[in-house]
Design a protein around this ligand. Structure first.
Ligand code: FAD
Ligand code: UDP
Length: 370
């Protein structure tokens, strides 16, 4: 008899497993359909001995000291600030759009003040920023929107930015200075020995048993447990009773090249060319030295493993119904990117998992009054 069955060994499931075992002294069975722990953050050494991220580039960044300190119990860090170039009009230009992007694109020599005026002239102000198109067009105008965002988004999501919530493209800011970092969070670092090593440390406790290659539905009824933590897709849990929630998928094409360096930046985005959205060269992320280099291309797909919830109003409506059902399901907590249908980064999932852990372990005890 386990106190908890945890479905999914990604960030959501592993953080809660670790807390339940280490702090609350509970017994945990954590189970995953995949043949590894770590969920989408899983990394491994490929056939050439290069550390790669199986499910695309995972860069850790957070403003939460609590999350950073929590994870620091299981890993040392390699300081790393992420940078991305976008292939636009035959040039490789820094994204997020910043002063250098505009100057290089148009062959100008503007200052920060001047680029503010430039944006003000081309921007199309909106009273209400509803969609992802509104976010960009209202800040930098239609031309930059079309060069950097429109086609990338159509490829990535299979729909126009005007059909997606503002939150999607709002992930990528616009700057008037020369800061070309992809993120500006206080803590930006990569786990020194990789994500999987960090997950191994989190799950290494006598109270935690890990079962891989298994869907939880295969063991239900055979292995007794008290409560469940579910981190898979919420619509699957409820047998799609309100219909399918769309999740966007990707196909990852990994390659190893017989050269030490392949491209000019850790990630190169291709808004307007190719079927893939971006190409990542892992050695930039990990700092590994090797005479070869491994890269991955991401090809967006409608079908396949669920990777991204699709933030738009009609999906929020469907999710609301599943959420009501989830809240009314005793003994099961729904946590993580798929189970709460939120476009969360890793740190947000860790924060959500720590909060859920607190909630489940501080449940009010109902006392019977005579
Ligand atoms: P997951 O990692 O998806 O884990 C859920 C697990 O549940 C899976 O392993 C799945 O196999 C298992 N499961 C599902 N159903 C069942 C079942 N029925 N039985 C058993 N097991 C089941 N975040 C960042 O902060 N920085 C980044 O740079 C970044 N890059 C990303 C790039 C890509 C391409 C993607 C897709 C995501 C990226 N993320 C990034 C987001 C990050 O991957 C997630 O926030 C995080 O991994 C979510 O953790 P999770 O535990 O909620 O879900
Ligand atoms: N985006 C874009 N062009 C870019 C980079 C991002 O249009 O060069 C848009 C696109 O819609 C993307 C979203 O901004 O899905 C969020 O980008 P981010 O890099 O955060 O995506 P993720 O790493 O989560 O795939």
């Amino acid at each position: 008899m386990f106190d908890y069955l945890i479905v999914g060994a990604g960030f959501a499931g592993s953080v809660i497993a670790e807390r339940l075992a280490n702090e609350a002294g509970k017994t945990v069975l954590i189970i995953d359909t995949r043949n590894h722990i770590g969920g989408n953050a899983y990394d491994h050494y490929d056939d050439h001995g290069i550390l790669v991220h199986k499910y695309g580039p995972h860069i850790f960044h957070t403003n939460s000291r609590q999350v950073f300190e929590y994870l620091s119990r299981f890993t040392e860090w390699r300081p790393y600030e992420h940078r991305v170039l976008a292939s636009v009009d035959g040039q490789l230009l820094p994204i997020p759009i910043n002063l250098n992007t505009v100057n290089e694109l148009y062959g100008l020599n503007l200052t920060s003040f001047e680029v503010e005026d430039f944006f003000a002239k081309v921007a199309e102000p909106k009273d209400y920023i509803r969609t992802s198109e509104d976010v960009v067009v209202s800040k930098v105008g239609r031309e930059l929107y079309e060069k950097f965002f429109r086609n990338y988004t159509r490829k990535q999501w299979g729909m126009d930015p005007s059909e997606l919530d503002n939150s999607v493209i709002a992930r990528v800011p616009t700057r008037t200075n020369r800061d070309d970092r992809y993120f500006t969070d206080t803590y930006q670092a990569m786990p020194l020995h990789g994500y999987t090593r960090m997950f191994e440390k989190m799950l290494s406790h006598p109270n935690i048993k890990v079962m891989l290659n298994t869907d939880y539905r295969e063991i239900e009824g055979f292995i007794p447990y008290g409560e469940m933590i579910y981190t898979g897709p919420v619509d699957t849990y409820f047998n799609y009773c309100y219909g399918k929630l769309p999740y966007r998928s990707l196909e990852f094409k990994h390659e190893t090249l017989n050269v030490p360096v392949h491209q000019k930046a850790p990630v190169v985005n291709y808004p307007n060319e190719h079927l893939y959205t971006r190409c990542t060269e892992f050695k930039y992320l990990t700092g590994q030295e090797h005479q070869k280099t491994s890269i991955v291309y991401e090809y967006p797909q409608a079908e396949g493993d669920p990777y991204y919830p699709v933030p738009r109003p009609e999906n929020a409506e469907i999710y609301k119904k599943y959420k009501a059902l989830a809240d009314a399901t005793p003994g099961v907590s729904f946590v993580g990117r798929l189970a709460t249908y939120k476009y969360y980064n890793m740190d947000q999932v860790v924060a959500q998992a720590l909060t859920t852990y607190k909630q489940i372990t501080t449940k009010p005890v109902i006392e019977l009054v005579e």
